[in-house]
Design a binder for this molecule. Structure first.
Ligand code: SF4
Length: 455
């Protein structure tokens, strides 16, 4: 099948994004902290590089498309209350960590990390440095909403060591912005990018979303050309995940017409063509990085990694998540914190850990996680290499699960090689579909309804 329209019709299905394996809906409810605590203790018998994820849930207004775990508020005191618990959680985990663990990556996500006042950002940075040992060459990234940023926020971020900022823009057209309740004139983006660079935060990512109401291929190309002027090192351009049955506020997005799968597919093809012609490499899926950026180099030399923050060059470290709804990925275990703010406070105030779900990978999960992550990063699989890594005959091991790949090969999404297959240019647009072949949980119909469509 080489007709793109037919491929879109056939493969526009709900599937995980594979930022973890198994995907988070398969994590299990925790009855007590015992297994999680002993998992952490075992993992900390030796020292290793670690990453920290800090979740700041507050936002001053609701963007209707948003699927993040957030709390809408304008009360400044809310962040003070939150930080008190966040710091306590960090102190507790710090006591469980091997003192030899050194931090190679910090990520502030949200919500809106810059909801914190400049002074609160400074306090958070100071707290982190008092508890953890930071490597000199570490990455310190912060997600930024330019709408309420002041120059003092940027100064505070630079002071605490931030060296990468992701500016959330989504789309620059006013009609689209009104249709998603996120009005953000381009001058604000330009001003914040200028402040960041002047403060020495030179690594700048821009986040966009395609598939939003009132967008078309043409309008999104205009947006892309406009934001390219900001000269970011990287773009993250996400396919809008419209799942109103899971996120009721997304019903507000339905007030305006949304591009269908065929138009979205045309947008994806356009952005790949546009950005690769402008000196960016297409990384895995959703991401673009300037040729020469460490993400592009990592993709070329096979060291690219994937985790909850997308693609990374440092994702093979344990990730300790702090704050409500954060997920820790520690060795072969995942721990997720409660998603309700009051419950998070109750647990921390009573001296308990905030985790409510966990998952410890079996050997089969580990083999499949490795396989799916290599596919998502390298865009090819070498069954001989996988067999050697896990001491298995990979083709026999995956057996029947390789059946769907035969049809994908017939459809031109992959091409077989002597020892495996590689993903074709067409197949890259359906990477999540290809990965489902190795996901033993994908057939669970109850969980499938929680994923967004691949196109
Ligand atoms: S998109 Fe960002 S700023 Fe908007 S509601 Fe979601 S987390 Fe908050």
């Amino acid at each position: 099948m080489d007709n793109r329209q037919d491929l879109v019709a056939k493969y526009a299905r709900q599937a995980p994004r594979y930022t973890s394996y198994p995907p988070a809906p398969h994590f299990k409810e925790m009855e007590d902290d015992g297994p999680a605590v002993s998992h952490l203790e075992k993992r900390n018998a030796g020292s290793r590089p670690i990453s920290l994820y800090i979740h700041i849930p507050f936002c001053a207004s609701l963007c209707w498309y948003c699927a993040c775990t957030k709390v809408i508020t304008r009360r400044e005191g809310d962040s003070t209350e939150y930080l008190r618990r966040l710091f306590r959680e960090m102190e507790t985990i710090r006591q469980m960590l091997n003192p030899g663990n050194r931090v190679v990556q910090v990520h502030f996500g949200g919500g809106t990390p810059t909801f914190l006042s400049p002074e609160e950002l400074r306090q958070t940075g100071k707290k982190l440095r008092s508890l953890f040992a930071f490597e000199d060459e570490m990455e310190f990234a912060v997600e930024i909403d330019p709408r309420r940023m002041t120059q003092d926020h940027v100064t505070a971020l630079a002071e605490i060591g931030c060296n990468r900022a992701s500016i959330g823009i989504q789309d620059v057209r006013e009609d689209v912005q009104k249709a998603i309740n996120r009005v953000q004139p381009m001058e604000i983006n330009e001003r914040v990018a200028h402040w960041l660079r002047s403060a020495g935060i030179r690594n700048i990512n821009i986040d966009l979303i395609y598939g939003l109401p009132l967008q078309s291929r043409g309008s999104f190309e205009a947006t892309l050309n406009e934001v390219k002027v900001l000269d970011p090192d990287r773009f993250a351009i996400f396919n809008y995940a419209h799942i109103p049955w899971m996120i009721p506020s997304q019903k507000l997005v339905d007030r305006n017409p949304m591009p269908g799968p065929h138009e979205k597919f045309a947008m994806l093809e356009m952005m790949i063509e546009n950005l690769t012609a402008s000196g960016y490499s297409y990384i895995g899926m959703d991401h673009f990085a300037k040729t020469g950026d460490e993400l592009s180099l990592a993709q070329q030399n096979g060291s690219l990694q994937r985790n909850f923050q997308g693609y990374s060059t440092r994702a093979d470290t344990d990730i300790y998540g702090f704050g409500m709804s954060s997920i820790s990925q520690i060795g072969d275990g995942y721990l997720q914190s409660v998603k309700d703010l009051d419950e998070y406070y109750r647990r921390i105030d009573s001296g308990r850990h905030p985790w409510f779900r966990h998952y410890y990978l079996t050997r089969d999960d580990r083999i499949r996680r490795h396989t799916i992550m290599r596919l998502m990063c390298d865009l090819q699989l070498d069954f001989i290499a996988i067999g050697r890594r896990w001491n298995i005959n990979a083709k026999t091991y995956f057996g029947d699960s390789l059946e769907p790949l035969k049809e994908m090969a017939d459809d031109g999404l992959i091409r077989w090689t002597t020892d495996g297959f590689f993903v074709t240019d067409t197949g890259r647009l359906f990477l999540r579909n290809i990965a489902t072949a190795f996901d033993v949980y994908y057939t669970d119909p109850e969980k499938q309804g929680r994923y967004s469509k691949t196109v």
